[in-house]
Design a binder for this molecule. Structure first.
Ligand SMILES: Nc1ncnc2c1ncn2[C@@H]1O[C@H](COP(=O)(O)OP(=O)(O)OP(=O)(O)O)[C@@H](O)[C@H]1O
Ligand SMILES: [Mg+2]
Length: 269
């Protein structure tokens, strides 16, 4: 399963959700890879700590060799690094990603990530792609490489309007480049169940037929602490409400994937 966490808006929880879902999947014994396509490198830091910034074999190096004329090109596996957590791996980001994107774009390298992930198919059970808060080369590469698309939503009225554009973007990529891409759902993050406005907003999204997932994530300062110590919630505070909510979200998505696979099997039979 390849999943992209996508929303052009910044700070909605993409990296937090990508890393916490990945940590749960890995803790359940599935070999899981996080691909950090954001030059900010938040997921890299979250899963590898400060050591993540020093890794030479990072994504900027991976993409860089696509536009250089080096004789010796490293295989994609060389860019995968183990984290301190069993079964959890990262392809780390680097600030240089920012500088090479125009070159990659102009040389039509948009399918290269998908090709590379195809070569990792037998190695990982789950791949999660974290994207930058922009619709750029890396975001498009991720949408072309992924199957499932998860959209974090921060209960803000402005972001609500942006959701429609976002869903159109996914539809367009699906039509033009990636027939396997589908929206798994919208994840409501920092949801205040006792405040009337967010509750009303989420209900309206449902009424409008948007695929809002049942599992919501509460706001909590614990997540900041978890970032600070570079330990996802199930390792840092497994008994915390937010850790339970991440597990519920993980299980909801897993159930959907299993159901879809069963339906496909029965339609083939
Ligand atoms: N459920 C939550 N409760 C409290 N704070 C949260 C929650 N989810 C995310 N945050 C905080 O919101 C900020 C943005 O989160 P995160 O970095 O995951 O978002 P992002 O969409 O990846 O941002 P960017 O677009 O910049 O990559 C972080 O400071 C994070 O600690
Ligand atoms: Mg992020």
């Amino acid at each position: 399963m390849r999943r992209v966490v996508f929303n052009q808006k910044g700070g909605v929880g993409k990296s937090t959700i990508a890393c916490n879902l990945a940590a749960i999947s890995a803790a359940r014994g599935r070999r899981t890879l996080v691909i950090d396509l954001d030059p900010q490198g938040n997921s890299t830091r979250y899963l590898l700590g400060v050591a993540g910034a020093d890794l030479k074999l990072n994504l900027a190096e991976f993409f860089g060799q696509l536009v250089s004329f080096g004789l010796y090109q490293k295989e994609v596996e060389a860019f995968v690094h183990a984290t301190p957590f069993p079964n959890l791996f990262v392809m780390p980001s680097h600030p240089e990603l920012e500088n090479i994107s125009a070159k990659l774009e102009s040389r039509y390298k948009i399918y290269k990530l998908r090709d590379a992930l195809g070569r990792l198919e037998g190695t990982f059970d789950e791949i999660i792609l974290d994207t930058p808060p922009a619709m750029n080369f890396y975001t498009r590469s991720a949408l072309i490489a992924a199957e499932g698309c998860l959209i974090p939503f921060d209960c803000d009225d402005f972001s609500r309007r942006a959701l429609y554009t976002l869903l159109d973007t996914v539809r367009e990529i699906r039509e033009d480049h990636n027939r396997s891409l589908f929206v798994e759902g919208i994840v409501v993050n920092q949801f205040q169940a006792r405040a009337s406005l967010p509750v009303k907003l989420v209900q309206e999204l449902r009424d409008e037929g948007l695929p809002v997932l049942a599992s919501h994530l509460s706001p909590s300062v614990k997540i900041r602490e978890s970032h600070e110590v570079s330990r996802p919630m199930i390792h840092y505070a497994p008994g915390h409400k937010l850790a339970h909510e991440f597990v519920a979200l993980h299980d909801e998505l897993l159930a959907m994937v299993r159901r879809a696979a069963e339906e496909q099997e029965s339609s083939v039979a």
